[in-house]
Design a binder for this molecule. Structure first.
Ligand code: TLP
Length: 357
């Protein structure tokens, strides 16, 4: 990679092993169910998650969309976090294509929503109210700095959901990061969920794709919805070949990304004008912000890092000078010092204009 790219783990390229596997993947027409590599990926995902079945989809957004549409009908309500990816960053797909009404709750710093708030959000049977059908969790929770949400909490939410006839969906875009951080496995972590959407193309490095897991009946419905949103792919085994390596191999090494995130957080925290939320660094994300008296603003810092140092860091909220940094396979331990030095130099000299360039 030309740049040290910390904008997201979505930027991670496929590994050489993935490219090799993709080149030689056995393929067929997956709309006919004929692609052996897609079938192998789905069987592997179902087994790893301890669920009956799985479905390969084009993206995390499509995985969440197929899931919520499979659980809810038009006018039904889902309970989810105000900071949840499904609510904030999926172009309102659940509302646009499913007529599903979101009932949003505040997400705590640990990625959870209060159990009382969830109980309180469930609608009583009354002709005035929409029908609550679903609770969505996110794990790790991107809106809470990549916080891993433990199985004990998920089980409590599942109890509430079950007692009220609701389903529980997990946006598990980074569920392997959560399992790694919590020192557990994804089948344990997701045991109580009715469905999980899992990204292969973030920290796991596959170029494209996610898998959704759940019981056979749920996957049958999600499969039809996938077709209706244009997600029936043909020789998708080319992509699934990388996905298999993602699940089997890349899921085991995420601890390295977490260690690199921590090391980078510590190095950045030692730089004048930089504040890091160390407490929140639990997986492969870290957030930092520049103090008001910093010699450059967030956009200038990001421009200088790109132009002078080949480092890509995008402001999270430019107005409050904050950045989200996400580590991944292609961010190596030796990059920690390079990035920290570049930030330090830029903040001590200021912008190129200020330095007289
Ligand atoms: N997240 C992206 C951006 O959309 C913000 C990122 O860079 O983090 N669930 C979660 C928790 C996600 O973080 C994302 C992507 C998705 C779902 C959607 O995945 P894709 O991008 O494959 O549709």
């Amino acid at each position: 990679m030309k740049y040290i790219d910390l904008r997201s783990d979505t930027v991670s390229h496929p590994t050489p092993e993935m490219r090799e596997a993709m080149a030689y993947a056995e393929v067929g027409d997956d709309v006919y169910g004929d692609d052996p590599t897609v079938n192998a990926l789905e069987a592997t995902a179902a087994e790893m998650f301890g669920k009956e079945a799985a479905l390969f989809v084009a993206s995390g957004t499509m995985g969440n969309l197929c899931s919520v549409l499979a659980h809810c009908g038009r006018g039904d309500e889902m309970i989810l976090g105000k900071q949840a990816h499904i609510f904030r960053y999926e172009a309102g797909g659940a509302a646009a294509y499913g007529g599903i009404q979101p009932n949003t709750l505040e997400v705590e710093r640990d990625g959870t929503m209060s159990l009382d708030a969830i109980r309180g959000a469930i609608r009583q049977d009354n002709i005035h109210f929409p029908v609550t059908k679903l609770v969505c969790l996110e794990n790790t929770h991107g809106g809470a700095g990549g916080a891993p949400v433990p199985a004990s909490y998920i089980a409590q939410v599942a109890d509430i959901a079950r007692a009220n006839g609701l389903k529980l969906h997990i946006d598990g875009a980074r569920i392997f990061n959560a399992a790694t951080a919590l020192n557990t496995t994804v089948d344990v972590l997701c045991a109580e969920a009715d469905s999980v959407s899992v990204c292969l193309s973030k920290g796991l490095c596959a170029p494209v794709g996610s898998v959704v897991v759940g019981d056979r009946e749920f996957i049958r419905r999600a499969h039809r919805i996938r077709k209706s949103v244009g997600g029936g792919m043909r020789q998708a085994g080319i992509l699934a070949a990388a996905g298999l390596i993602a699940l089997k191999e890349m899921s085991k090494r995420l601890g390295e990304d977490h260690a690199n995130a921590r090391a980078l957080a510590e190095a950045l925290a030692a730089i004048p004008y930089v504040h890091v939320d160390m407490e929140a660094v639990k997986t492969n994300m870290l957030f930092f912000w520049l103090s008001a008296d910093a010699p450059v603003d967030a956009l200038t810092l990001s421009d200088v890092l790109k132009d002078r140092y080949n480092i890509l860091l995008r402001p999270y909220v430019a107005a409050d000078r904050s950045f989200r940094v996400v580590t991944h396979y292609w961010f190596r331990p030796e990059h920690v010092a390079l990035v920290a030095n570049a930030v330090r130099e830029t903040l001590s000299v200021g912008s190129p204009e200020m330095a007289g360039d």
